[in-house]
Design a protein around this ligand. Structure first.
Ligand SMILES: [Zn+2]
Ligand SMILES: [Zn+2]
Length: 326
């Protein structure tokens, strides 16, 4: 399978200036901005979830809110899993331009950063997985456990409180040369806002003004909370707990619970062993809804060039031959 292009590493403009930099120079501003942005991004969905529960207790249960939560979760998570991850990061299948654009917009609605940044970070994660340079490993630079709680927190979201590594954009040169990807990336704040307005508008159409507010909370902020933590579990849980059927050279694990909730992304050892594969759930029982989505696109002749591991690649990584039938 195709391998990712090797990125070039740029030295950080801040690493060589510690002796001459004033205590509150550009580095301080950069760190403060990253910290406060991430803090708001983490806490706002929590506040939205709490408000959603309180208002549901006051106004009563509504299936409209359940539908908006599940529906918005499904489409925006597919934007991340099938779009940002399997299409844009790993190029594990090809599709027509309108679907590529819609998947990019839906992924942006998940509030996980803009397209180019997300792709750059994830490609860097694969290149240095669980070793020095990995942006969000729960293990230290030598691959040893850094302490369970500290490692879990760092891999889950703690890493995002620090400024973005300086070389991230270099990992996504192909996207920076693509006009549609640049437009998707630049309009990230707009997509994020649209992702809140859509459930609010549907809620208003169904239930009036109360529906608009509860739609914003359940289909918007509570959905972002759920998608955040499920996605972050791929980085934390799936590098700590689960099975390792393949020799992937890192600590990635297959975790069934995350596999189901993250639409197939929790079969993470499979994914690290075969990063370009469009299919992460390689066994029939490993539910991978994102691959089902890709297969549906193929059946409708809207996707092609779907990449899967060959028998030789499976054998190299430790696949055992299927047992002979009795
Ligand atoms: Zn990983
Ligand atoms: Zn990946």
């Amino acid at each position: 399978m195709q391998t990712l292009t090797s990125p070039v590493h740029a030295p950080s403009p801040f690493t060589n200036s510690t002796q001459t930099e004033p205590r509150r120079g550009p580095g301080f501003v950069r760190r403060a901005l990253a910290f406060s942005t991430t803090l708001v991004g983490v806490l706002l969905p929590v506040a939205g979830l709490v408000m959603a529960i309180i208002l549901s207790c006051v106004w009563g249960f509504s299936w409209v809110n359940v539908g908006l939560l599940i529906g918005m979760y499904a489409v925006t998570m597919l934007g991340i899993t099938a779009g940002f991850h399997r299409l844009f990061t790993h190029r594990s299948f090809q599709t027509i331009a309108p679907i590529r654009f819609v998947l990019g917009a839906l992924g942006s609605m998940a509030f996980q950063g803009s397209l180019v940044t997300w792709v750059g970070l994830h490609r860097k994660h694969h290149k240095y997985s669980d070793s020095e340079g990995d942006p969000h490993s729960p293990h230290d630079d030598d691959g040893a456990a850094m302490g369970l709680i500290r490692g879990f927190w760092h891999a889950h979201i703690g890493w995002a409180f620090a400024p973005m590594p300086d070389d991230i954009a270099r990992y996504a040169g192909d996207l920076r040369r693509s006009r549609s990807a640049r437009v998707l990336d630049a309009l990230f704040p707009l997509w994020a806002l649209v992702g809140l307005l859509i459930p609010s508008a549907i809620g208003f159409a169904c239930l009036g003004w109360r529906g608009a507010i509860s739609g914003l909370l359940w289909g918007g902020l509570a959905r972002v909370f759920l998608a955040h933590h499920v996605t972050w579990c791929v980085n934390s849980v799936c590098h700590l707990w689960g099975s390792r059927p393949y020799a992937s050279g890192d600590e990635s694990r297959n975790n069934a619970l995350v596999g189901v909730l993250a639409l197939g992304e929790g079969w993470h050892n499979n994914h690290h062993a075969f990063p370009s594969s469009a299919r992460h759930g390689l066994r029939w029982w490993q539910l991978d809804l994102s691959y089902w989505f890709i297969r549906t696109l193929v059946a409708c002749r809207l996707a092609w060039a779907v990449r899967l591991p060959t028998a030789h690649e499976l054998a190299v990584r430790g696949e055992q031959p299927a047992p002979l039938p009795v």
